[in-house]
Ligand binder design. Structure first.
Ligand code: LLP
Length: 418
């Protein structure tokens, strides 16, 4: 049972009515439940209790400092993919030795910062990146800890935009080629081989692709062992899916049990990089109905949140459940829920059976805790919405709504142009 519930006909997060938060911060806003977040962390960590492991939260899913700080307090590390994420993670109190750095396009400045900070490891995604990291570490008089992100060529059966472990993806080094890269890395003066890594995709609803990837990696690990190449960490990435509508992904316990069984007695410390499964269903987006618009063929519910606030429906055709904040007893109608942005892809729901919403109604867009606020933009010069964290009876504004001044910060009009 999650923390978002109707009480006396009105939708609450914990003990706090969403209407009350809306009055205080305006709409739209993101709302996260702290108890749900903590429960999701425990659900992932409990099955791993007796296993040598480190969970590194994939902060691209949600990089709000208050959320990251919760991760830090629960002992989690972070999977970062940019200098900005590294900066945030450290600022939120996540120790550098619990940080892994993934991503195909690390810049030299980002590499230097990560080496200086003393991160757990770089997940290497190309031969050239390996060479650059070796050179930068040499410049800084340090050894850079690395693992190679192996692309195991398994089909994760998810949306093509979030599938990352197939031959044609830009991610990782193919399984055949990674052997040669490890051999090369071993000869590099400023590189320390510490791990092996893979991440095959996101929103996976079946364990089979994860298990296939583990099996392929085990063959590679054995072959590397024959060459005397050994390491401490096996990083299995993230990707476990959640229920948005009627998906039935394995729960974290089943996922962990299946993985542990497949890995067997390798003697390596396991690294996990979950994102969505921890935060996705711990957050919602709350928006207010601005207008109803009925055309000859359709009914549009125009709300004050747009694709700049939550881009998943526009980008992936993603489904997010729409829930009225005040329980409706009347009938339903088929409608599209759309935002104010000047694009036809600016929708939150299409052809849905919904209560008959009217101007002023509040709507909760469910399962928006992952890849919601982190993917928000200022398109159409719209300020990013605030984030609110609810802890049972209390709520905290953990990031403010941007102001119009914020939108122009750093901009300069040269006084010599006319
Ligand atoms: N590790 C790496 C290297 C990743 O690239 C990702 C996600 C994760 C971990 C975390 O995956 P998760 O556990 O959250 O599935 N914006 C898309 C999702 C993109 C995922 C990118 N990589 C969406 O809104 O569905």
């Amino acid at each position: 049972m999650h923390d978002f519930q109707y009480k006396q006909g009105t939708f609450h997060c914990g003990e706090v009515p969403l209407e009350e938060i809306a009055k205080e911060v305006g709409t739209p806003f993101y709302c996260y439940s702290l108890p749900t977040l903590e429960r999701h962390i425990r659900a992932f960590e409990d099955p791993l209790q007796d296993v040598d492991h480190q969970t590194c939260f994939a902060m691209k899913a949600n990089s709000c400092l208050a959320i990251l700080n919760t991760m830090a307090r629960q002992g989690l590390g972070a999977d970062v993919v940019s200098g900005g994420e590294l900066y945030r993670a450290l600022h939120a109190g996540i120790p550098a030795h619990k940080i892994v750095y993934s991503g195909v396009g690390k810049t030299t400045d980002e590499i230097d910062r990560a080496i200086r900070a003393g991160i757990m490891m770089f997940n290497i995604e190309s031969e050239q990146e390996l060479e650059v990291i070796n050179a930068r570490a040499g410049q800084l008089g340090k050894k850079a800890p690395i693992s190679i992100r192996v692309n195991p060529d398994v089909d994760p059966h998810t949306h093509p935009y979030i599938s990352t472990g197939m031959r044609d993806n830009k991610f990782g080094i193919d399984i055949e080629g990674s052997m040669a890269q490890y051999v090369k890395a071993r000869e590099m003066e400023n590189i320390e081989i510490v791990g092996i890594d893979c991440h095959i995709g996101s929103q996976l609803t079946d364990v089979t692709p994860f298990i296939d990837a583990v099996e392929r990696l085990k063959v590679l690990i054995a072959n590397l062992g024959k060459l005397g190449i050994e390491f401490r960490y096996l990083d299995l990435g993230g990707g476990l899916g959640i229920t948005y509508s009627n998906e039935e992904p394995p729960n974290p316990k089943d996922y962990c049990t299946a993985i542990l069984e497949a890995v067997g007695p390798l003697g390596l410390k396991l690294i996990f990089e979950p994102g969505r499964v921890i935060v996705g269903n711990a957050g919602i987006l709350v928006t207010r109905v601005l207008y109803r618009k009925e055309t000859k063929t359709k009914t549009f519910i125009i709300v004050d949140a747009g694709m700049n606030d939550l881009i998943r429906p526009a980008l992936y055709g993603a489904y997010h459940e729409i829930t009225p904040v005040e329980e409706h007893n009347g009938g339903t109608e088929k409608a599209d829920v759309v935002g104010p942005i000047c694009e036809s892809s600016d929708f939150l729901a299409k052809e849905r059976d919904l209560p008959r919403f009217v101007r002023g109604d509040l709507i909760a867009v469910m399962s928006a805790g992952a890849y919601g606020h982190t993917m928000a933009s200022n398109y159409n010069s719209r300020p990013k919405p605030p984030e609110v964290l609810v802890d049972r009876t209390r709520f905290y504004v953990v990031s403010k709504r941007q102001s119009y001044e914020d939108l122009m910060s750093g901009e300069i009009v040269p006084d010599t142009i006319r």
